[in-house]
Ligand binder design. Structure first.
Ligand code: PAF
Length: 283
């Protein structure tokens, strides 16, 4: 089944008015891979009508980031959506989403300045602003996001709670390649040698998870040792952060922490910024 493609607010409003039953939204920036497809399948289980948005949001890219070279693969994205039985693809232009320079935007607050927000100032403000706009435009009952972007997921949950947005937020697990590398639209930037180095991110998380019985210090030490080796590889992994944080706030957990936590890592291989994380439970 070929999905209906809506490119304007009016086209979206018309298909939305015809939608039967409950609606699930899967927001994406396109370049769809198996990770997105698993979120779409989850959405399909949760609602009668599935809407996938495809929009590379300029507001969440900082100066010098990869806005211009971000992969745009619209024909393949529509094929993937058709194969997954998506009902509607909402693919607005920048002009449709931001007809005027936005004056009022969402402020991510303290959470937006932690971890990924430290190296990407303003990123979470821009991300939350577009997600809130998509919620208003689509009016979904449920929206599905990947655990791969764990801080993004936590912030969207927090925005929905703090701003009383009437949408349920559902998370889908990270999908990985055969060797553990988390699927990401940015993986296609990696050359073969960079790809070989990049797997250290997920290996570090696995080493941390394996050390969970030793508590927070053991987790961070085990993961850090793997990153240390990768920093000496050719090409090197340049780590941005390795943190053990509260899943809801992304604040660092203390040395004696017990209960849920997220071990999150980010680094650069060549010009490519990659992130990954694993949820843990500390006894
Ligand atoms: O995760 C993404 O692809 C983007 O941050 C999102 C949620 C689609 C907002 O632009």
């Amino acid at each position: 089944m070929t999905p209906v493609i809506a490119q304007t607010r009016e086209e979206l409003a018309a298909v939305r008015a015809d939608a039967q039953g409950t609606v699930a939204l899967v927001p994406t920036m396109g370049a769809l891979h198996e990770g997105h497809r698993s979120l779409i399948r989850r959405a399909r289980q949760l609602a009668d009508t599935v809407v996938v948005s495809v929009f590379v949001n300029p507001l969440q890219f900082g100066a010098g980031e990869d806005l211009d070279r971000y992969p745009r693969t619209f024909a393949a994205d529509v094929e993937a959506c058709a194969a997954e039985g998506v009902d509607v693809v909402f693919a607005p232009t920048v002009q449709v989403m931001y007809p005027d320079e936005p004056q009022v935007t969402v402020k991510a607050g303290p959470m937006g300045e932690r971890v990924e927000g430290l190296t990407r100032p303003g990123h979470f403000d821009g991300m939350l602003t577009v997600v809130l706009k998509l919620f208003h435009l689509v009016g979904p009952d449920v929206a599905v996001f990947g655990q791969k972007d764990a801080q993004q997921l936590a912030m969207i949950r927090r925005m929905a709670a703090d701003l009383n947005v009437p949408v349920a937020i559902e998370a889908g697990p990270t999908v990985r390649e055969f060797d553990g590398l988390a699927l990401s639209s940015r993986n296609r930037y990696l050359g073969p040698a960079e790809r070989a180095t990049a797997v250290a991110l997920s290996q570090a998380l696995q080493a941390g998870a394996d050390a969970v019985a030793g508590g927070p210090e053991a987790v961070l030490a085990a993961a850090g040792a793997v990153l240390g080796k990768a920093a000496a590889a050719d090409p090197p992994l340049e780590p941005d952060y390795l943190v053990l944080v509260d899943p809801a706030t992304f604040a660092d957990v203390g040395a004696g922490h017990t209960g849920p936590a997220v071990l999150a890592v980010a680094g650069r291989v060549g010009a490519t910024h990659l992130i990954d994380n694993v949820p843990l439970s500390l006894a």
